[in-house]
Unconditional design. Structure first.
Length: 428
């Protein structure tokens, strides 16, 4: 390669790298609230028939921790632009009830330009708009519920700084394009029959069913519905039609075109059937799991009983030497009467009175006569004692039982007995 060509290529590389570095530095120097969206996202808008300044719409799913940004296309319907991961949300599934409960809201909320906060302590943020008309109708309290950065939540929906900056820019550009407000739909989960079956029995079920109507309407029309509150319930309206769908309150849950009303009623009926079927399947699975656990417990109990029975049996050595399994001996408790008898038997008998003195002559005569045998004395009663525990067999007795020695009067407990000497005439 000629030297001139090499130097030219080197110059191009250096200039390109310098331009990239300067661009990065300039971008970091731009205030975060006015930074443009990435070129990648802009290209995605163009491919989807969207403009940078076209209206937006937001959906939030707590359980899935997902944050969706939808954008209006040229045909007036909305399409999903991007799904962000929620960094943190606080509380549990269910609506926010009162100030300080650290619960992220659920429901339908509206954000205007005045709710945008470019000077947020949490990077960038905007106020959700809690409490709304529905919340106030139910006495719910709270303030400063935000979507913000810094990945820290105390009742808010917190994003990473990068995600918060991009969402802020999308909202800012939509307001520049003439959108006066955008709607946020915050749900506990994706409102599918399977999820409703999964959370059956939750005390918030009636409230979630009201949210489901707005969820279904957007899925049917791909246009955010107009939301209102009547008699303490969410209601949805479309001024282009007069058909209605009845709800739990005195007001219809939907008023709008006949095709949309019919599709909504069919969707509600179909979802109810699917939810019931999914709930029955979950109940059956739970019953099978409980039966399986019960079977395992019974098998373990039976095995434990067999093990205890095996442990109680004498071993081969025990059977060979005639030993039995030791059992803990119970401590004998003497009865009161027996104790009294035992005490009485210990006492020595009273001495007999001495005979009276006889005359001397009688004593001499008595001395010349053979003595009369005295009456035998009554032996003292044996002292009752508690039965002693059986002694361990000695080596001799064990061997005797094992080998069945023949009876021999000269053998006692395995040793030769010493016979006493007999009297007789010795022969010379």
């Amino acid at each position: 390669m000629p030297i001139g060509t090499f130097l030219s290529l080197r110059r191009v590389v250096v200039i390109s790298c310098t331009a990239l570095l300067l661009g990065a530095c300039q971008d970091s120097m731009v205030p975060k609230d006015i930074r443009p969206v990435s070129s990648k996202l802009t290209n995605q808008m163009e491919r989807g028939g969207m403009k940078e300044t076209s209206p937006i719409f937001i959906r939030i799913y707590k359980e899935e921790s997902q944050f969706e940004v939808w954008k209006q296309r040229s045909n007036g319907q909305y399409a999903l632009l991007k799904t962000y991961e929620i960094c943190k949300w606080s509380g549990v599934l269910g609506p926010k009830i009162k100030e300080g409960d650290r619960q992220a809201p659920e429901g339908f909320y509206t954000v205007t330009p005045g709710q945008m906060n470019p000077k947020s302590s949490y990077y960038l943020s905007f106020n959700i708009g809690f409490p709304n008309k529905y919340d106030r109708a139910h006495g719910r309290t709270g303030s400063n519920l935000m979507v913000h950065g810094a990945c820290s939540s105390a009742g808010c929906y917190s994003m990473t700084d990068e995600a918060a900056g991009e969402i802020f820019a999308l909202a800012r550009d939509a307001f520049k394009g003439g959108q006066r407000s955008f709607q946020i739909q915050a749900f506990p989960f994706r409102m599918t029959p399977e999820n409703f079956a999964k959370h059956r029995g939750d005390p918030n079920m009636e409230f979630w069913k009201e949210l489901q109507v707005g969820y279904d309407l957007f899925n049917l029309t791909k246009v955010p519905p107009t939301v209102d509150v009547c008699d303490g319930h969410y209601v949805f309206k479309d001024e282009t039609g007069g058909a209605t769908v009845k709800g739990p309150g005195k007001c219809p849950i939907f008023t709008g075109p006949e095709p949309v009303a019919a599709a909504l009623m069919a969707k509600i009926a179909s979802d109810d059937q699917k939810t019931a079927a999914a709930a029955a399947e979950l109940d059956a699975d739970a019953a099978r799991l409980a039966a399986q656990k019960q079977k395992v417990a019974e098998e373990q109990a039976a095995e434990a009983a067999k093990e205890a029975e095996r442990a109680a049996r004498p071993t081969v050595v025990d059977r060979l030497f005639g030993r039995k399994k030791k059992e803990p001996a119970a401590t004998p408790v003497p009865e009161p009467q027996a104790a009294a008898e035992t005490t009485a038997s210990v006492k020595s008998p009273a001495p007999a009175p001495a005979p009276a003195a006889k005359p001397k002559s009688d004593a001499v005569v008595a001395a010349n006569q053979p003595a009369k045998p005295s009456a035998p004395k009554t032996p003292p009663k044996p002292v009752a004692a508690a039965p002693a525990a059986p002694a361990e067999p000695t080596v001799g007795t064990v061997v005797d039982r094992a080998f069945n020695w023949p009876d021999d009067p000269d053998v006692v407990e395995g040793a030769a007995a010493i016979l006493p000497p007999t009297l007789g005439t010795a022969s010379d």
